[in-house]
Design a protein around this ligand. Structure first.
Ligand code: BGP
Length: 470
């Protein structure tokens, strides 16, 4: 639909920006912090840094928040490192860790920045992982213990909590993110059991939040993208439905409606990955009600029918790679989309499509908690001329306006990332921030902060409530 007049952004729109603890904080073993699964990784993709120092935000916190305030942020999304609060995951509480996040939250509030807290962003305590991680039901209780501390400590100051960042990506790509131990033959059986436990943990945490801090709001934060069929062949359309069920709706149907998506469930049956459900689980899942949906959006996906026989032994390497899921879907390239320097497809219109799909299905207010462009930024004369990033944001914000005009309720936008940090698996040189952090992969330099061109542009965008994006 082409609208002749686009609606503007709501008056109280939350202009925000995002980070996550292990990617930005550093100080990985200071002030009583325990080790997370991200701290114990032994191998990293060639030429990329670990997360030990990251952007050293832990030691630059006041300075960083002052910069975000200067940029005019109305909100800041960060995550709390579970291992700072409870170093071994389910034992003693670490007062120093609790204090750090009080300081961070107070610093935000001092500058009139609304803190948006992600409770768990890829950094499960290693001590829990050693005891089985999400395969163990004890991790559900550990998460609730941690949640209780967060709600009791910060609930009176934090209006927005996000439960689990990109649970769907941890399940689908855990070995790349570093959240799953080695893949093995039983991979999906294990993964979907872990998934079930995470869903129960999330549901119970949402209820707990509503009990302990009734003035706070809470929601899930998966990575959602619409899935296109590679052609108008009905088989390809079916493959797109399959993939969207196991990539998107499995997670959100459960968070919102408290039930397993039927297509996803039939897929579990097909691949022998039906999770064991214990008494009380479905009730807990049903009782939990999110107040909003947060989702991260980078691009859409495109798939086609997958006719490979999963039992065939004579596939070539390429065929193996393209396999996706035999009989379910096969990943395809979308020739209509441009790509980033890192090969990620860019699809602003797909953003509008995804927003419409999510809103039509769930009718809950939406906040975008990640969206952004990773690039090889160059520091020149004390700044970075990142016109490409500004272009990217303008196009995506335009599509939010289209979606708002379509009737979708979007109440905030929190691009990735507020400040340069260490990418999940592509190092420091893949930069996303509005603020440049002066370090290389292995040379920490002076970690000085520099405002990029996009910093000034985003500041103006916020001042004009999006009036400058057309
Ligand atoms: C999301 C994660 C973030 C962040 C981002 C960019 O999946 O929630 O933690 O890393 O993607 O991805 P990458 O760092 O791999 O470029």
């Amino acid at each position: 639909m082409r609208h002749s007049n686009l609606k503007g952004f709501p008056k109280d729109f939350l202009w925000s920006a995002s980070t996550s603890a292990y990617q930005v904080e550093g100080a990985w073993n200071e002030a009583g912090k325990g080790r997370s699964v991200q701290d114990v990784k032994t191998s990293y993709p060639e030429g990329t840094s670990d997360f030990k120092v990251a952007s050293d935000h832990y030691h630059h916190m006041e300075e960083d928040i002052a910069l975000l305030a200067e940029m005019g942020l109305k909100a800041y999304r960060f995550s709390i490192a579970w291992t700072r609060i409870i170093p071994d995951g389910d034992g003693e509480i670490n007062k120093e860790g609790v204090k750090f996040y009080h300081k961070l939250i107070d610093e935000c509030l001092k500058h009139n920045i609304e803190p948006i807290v992600t409770m768990y962003h890829f950094d499960l305590p290693f001590e829990l992982e050693k005891k089985g991680g999400w395969s163990s039901r004890a991790t559900i209780d550990a998460f609730l213990k941690f949640s209780k501390v967060l709600f009791e400590e910060y609930g009176s100051k934090v209006k927005y909590f996000l439960t689990i960042n990109e649970q769907n990506m941890m399940i689908l790509h855990g070995s790349v993110i570093g959240t799953t131990a080695e893949e093995n033959d039983n991979r999906w059986k294990i993964a979907y059991q872990q998934n079930h436990h995470m869903l129960v943990a999330q549901a119970k945490a949402m209820e707990l939040c509503h009990t302990i801090c009734p003035n706070s709001k809470i929601g899930p934060a998966p990575n959602i993208s619409s899935v296109y069929p590679a052609s108008s062949k009905p088989e390809d359309y079916l493959a797109a439905q399959n993939f969207t069920a196991i990539r998107n709706w499995l997670y959100l149907d459960m968070a919102v409606f408290g039930r397993y998506n039927a297509t996803a469930w039939s897929y579990f049956e097909e691949i022998d990955a039906v999770p064991k459900i214990e008494e009380g689980d479905m009730e807990a899942l049903k009782n939990a009600k999110p107040d909003f949906i947060a989702f991260n959006y980078y691009s859409t996906a495109t798939v086609k029918a997958n006719n490979y026989d999963k039992n065939a032994k004579d596939l070539t390497g390429d065929q193996q790679l393209a396999l996706g899921e035999a009989g379910v879907f096969e990943g395809a390239k979308n020739p209509n989309l441009e790509k980033t320097q890192f090969g990620w497809e860019i699809d602003p219109i797909g953003f509008r499509i995804t927003l419409r799909e999510v809103y039509d299905r769930y009718q809950l207010p939406i906040i975008i908690t990640e969206n952004g462009l990773g690039a090889f930024d160059k520091l020149e004369d004390g700044t970075v001329h990142d016109a490409y990033r500004i272009e990217y944001y303008k196009k995506h914000l335009h599509e939010i306006k289209e979606a708002l005009t379509d009737g979708v309720k979007v109440f905030g936008y929190s691009p990735w990332s507020a400040i340069d940090l260490v990418s999940t698996h592509q190092g420091v040189t893949k930069r996303y921030g509005f603020i440049y952090v002066n370090r290389d992969e292995f040379d920490l330099k002076d970690l000085k902060r520099y405002k990029k061109d996009s910093f000034h542009w985003y500041k103006k965008t916020i001042e004009e409530n999006g009036g400058n994006i057309e």
